[in-house]
Design a protein around this ligand. Structure first.
Ligand code: GLU
Length: 548
């Protein structure tokens, strides 16, 4: 068979050569050890936590090493494409701090290694398809759907592995005449790889996450080009990652089963194999067993979920670092104020079986992250969230930024900042009472009769002065405690609780419930300082009315 003639017959219009493409896309001028990597999503519109895990892993590897992160859109499956999906992906990842240096953009491309949308690269794939045909490494296959299903049925009946291989590879060794005849008849064809592999042979392969793998050679003549001339993922990624000078392919481990074919393909094309970083799926506990997070069952897989709940971006980012690199938490403890991207990320620390997603842990991380922010930042992020998800609360916050910031400053700074907020959704229940419209009616503990509560509140109002410092303020609460026969001596109370009607904690709670409508609040002295004299007194008086 004259393979060159076959190549010319199948690809008469391809005049470019692999050599000219090598020149057009030269090796990148980057420092030794720089990681060139990419995200290569199919534009299906759903951006999930897995994308973020992959994005963060690639971004860290690229930017930590002085390399490049680019975005390539794998749009070869037009049926699955959702309009606007690329824009959503770019914006969402950017929101989470992952920025591409190069690649597809909202309205085009940015970079010298494009085009970055696969459908626009058909001509490039055909250059390599032609080369493979001219070397006898690929051939056209005219099998119909019916023939392929009949083949599969027969293989199943024989209990054989299904697929287009060995004796089943019907078009592997056809003559030029037979091929010409089909072409003349206008029959559609796909281009198949002529595999020289055998399942008898195994070899070792090192994956950066999975470690040493033993791989069985591929013997299937996989499809390289579909009948419309559009490449399959396998072929397209090999060509693209070579020409875009990718050094590391970071992707989900659902691609492991076809890795043997990919390795074979790079070799057949004369390309240097990139390093592979196969990330395991995100898992969660379901009862006592682990399972993959699923789009259908788990709303927390979608990134929109975190936005609506009000997790700050930094918290989600830190949480992902926490689950990907087990040493991140220790690092964070040792470097509480360092930016998260100064942590040395390592793909080798990823769990080969996939990371466990744990909502409680995320909440914990988020509380810590928010507790380290200053009040002005909390105000900005909270109002941004509320504007979209709680407009009424937003109005209140935005009507007096200084007041809201003062509230948000309570317990911030210092060695042990308060950790009241895990998500912005928590803010209203936490601080809503500062706004009169959200103040709840006071409910006093029925253990104490109304007269006692009234007595305590009356005494408090007599003594309350806004200019008092917190010690004086608290000394007054203690005075009231003693005057009413309650005790400030918790030990004495524990030893003989029947000797006292209650403690200083009960007196404080009466005042707290009257002033805030809640049994729990941030430091009551500070609350009153922020409310001011008139509002505090007026609230306590209204509460007293309910007791009369
Ligand atoms: N388009 C493939 C996917 O979305 C990309 C895999 C890769 O990164 O190579 O799964």
């Amino acid at each position: 068979m004259n393979y060159q003639a076959l190549a010319d017959l199948l690809f008469p219009n391809v005049t470019d050569t692999p050599e000219s493409l090598e020149e057009r896309f030269p090796l990148r001028n980057v420092p030794e050890g720089a990681v060139i990597t990419r995200m290569a999503p199919s534009p299906t519109g759903f951006v999930h936590l897995g994308n973020l895990v992959q994005g963060l892993t690639s971004e860290r590897m690229a930017h930590q090493s002085g390399g490049v992160l680019f975005l390539r859109v794998e749009d070869t499956d037009a049926k699955r494409e959702v309009p606007g999906a690329v824009e959503v992906l770019i914006d969402t990842l950017k929101h989470y701090g992952i920025q591409f240096d190069e690649g597809a953009t909202h309205d085009g491309d940015n970079g010298l290694y494009g085009p970055y949308r696969q459908r626009q690269r058909a001509g490039i794939y055909h250059v390599y398809a032609k080369k493979l045909v001219s070397e006898g490494q690929a051939y056209p296959c005219f099998c119909t759907e019916e023939q392929l299903s009949a083949m599969r049925e027969q293989q199943e009946a024989n209990k054989e592995t299904t697929g287009y291989y060995g004796k089943y590879a019907m078009w592997r060794n056809r003559s030029m005449e037979e091929i010409q005849e089909q072409l003349d008849a206008g029959n559609p064809w796909v281009l198949r790889f002529r595999s020289a592999g055998s399942i008898e042979n195994q070899f070792k392969f090192d994956d950066l996450v999975k470690g040493k793998l033993t791989i069985t050679e591929n013997d299937v003549d996989h499809v390289l080009l579909k009948s419309d001339g559009i490449p399959t993922y396998h072929f397209a990624h090999a060509v693209d990652d070579h020409l875009m000078r990718t050094t590391h392919v970071v992707r989900g481990d659902e691609w492991l089963p076809t890795l043997p074919f990919h390795i074979q393909l790079f070799k057949a094309l004369g390309f240097k194999l990139p390093k592979y970083v196969h990330i395991g799926p995100l898992m969660k506990m379901d009862g006592n067993s682990k399972r993959k997070l699923s789009k259908r069952k788990d709303p927390e897989l979608a990134l929109t979920y975190y936005k609506a709940e009000g997790f700050p971006v930094e918290a989600v980012y830190e949480y992902i670092l926490t689950i990907l690199n087990s040493n991140f938490e220790d690092w964070r403890r040792a470097n509480p104020d360092a930016p998260a991207d100064s942590f040395k990320f390592s793909p080798k620390k990823l769990n080969p079986a996939g990371s466990l997603f744990d909502y409680a842990k995320l909440t914990d991380v988020s509380k810590n992250v928010i507790s380290r922010m200053d009040a002005a930042k909390v105000y900005t992020l909270l109002t941004e969230w509320a504007k979209e998800f709680d407009p009424d609360f937003y109005e209140k916050l935005a009507s007096d930024p200084e007041y809201a910031t003062k509230i948000l400053a309570i317990g911030r700074g210092g060695k042990k900042p308060r950790k009241d907020l895990a998500v912005w959704k928590d803010a209203k229940p936490y601080m809503g009472f500062f706004y009169d419209e959200y103040l709840e009616a006071p409910v006093f503990d029925e253990k104490f009769d109304k007269a006692t509560v009234l007595d305590a509140l009356t005494r408090f109002l007599q003594k309350f002065e806004i200019a008092d410092d917190s010690n004086t303020w608290f000394a007054k609460v203690k005075e009231i405690t003693e005057e009413m026969g309650f005790t400030s001596d918790m030990k004495a109370y524990k030893a003989d609780s029947a000797a006292f009607p209650g403690t200083v904690a009960d007196i404080s709670t009466f005042i707290r419930v009257a002033a805030t409508g809640k049994t729990n609040s941030p430091d009551l002295y500070t609350v009153m300082q922020i409310l001011g004299y008139d509002r505090t007194v007026q609230r306590i008086q209204s509460a007293m009315e309910t007791l009369k």
